[in-house]
Design a protein around this ligand. Sequence first.
Ligand code: PEP
Length: 253
Amino acid sequence: MKDQYILVANWKMNKTIEECGSFVDKFMNLILHKPKSKVIFCPPFSALLYMDGLLKDTSFDLGAQNVYWEKEGAFTGEVSAEMLKSTGATYVIVGHSERRQLFGDTDESVNKRLKAALSNGLTPIMCIGETIKERKNENTLDVIGRQLKNGLDGISNLDIEKIIFAYEPVWAIGTGERAEPNMIDEVHNDIRKVLNGLGVDGSDEIAILYGGSVNQNNIKELLELNEVNGFLIGGASLDADEYASIIHQSEQI
Ligand code: PEP
């Protein structure tokens, strides 16, 4: 049970400028007070600046879905941390499993992205999680440990404490197959142990989100998990009614 959850909407490659506008119009009529939860929208790069305009003067925050580690130069198609900041974004998702699986992100590139985000004052939302094969082979905790140790290599404890972690089992993302509460508790506990092992002070205070097929119908029992500080939500965040319902439910706990 938490005083405040962190709810991150990962819109992936969805929503044109016009669609972002319609969503926000509808959403603002559904959420009439400042929610207790911290609500972060991560639209595609193309809509960051526009969304910043819409969210200004609200309690909602803005994040990007990826960041490149170089400052500037001949890197066609990439976007730097400084560029993200100039749109108004203050958060960035790093190492999402779709980036790892479809676009070749590795623990090493995740590490460079985290460093770039942190050194530019962006708060990273670092995604980690096992594939179905790794779970079936009982390798989940090894995989999580490796992703954390390699991904956080060379990052100071002070900076690690600024990161929001998101446990996202790959097999649960966009599949409708949500992980069971006991699985989530086990992995979240393990993440805290790994962070403790890295010597991170106050790892009990570090925010660890769960992501993977969370929706308005299945979030209730997860809100009751002690180990869960919030949620990274893909599909269910695309619909204003459903995302508003999730926010309302997170208030009632
Ligand atoms: C995600 O995009 O990180 C995610 C968890 O997606 P979904 O909620 O659709 O499973």
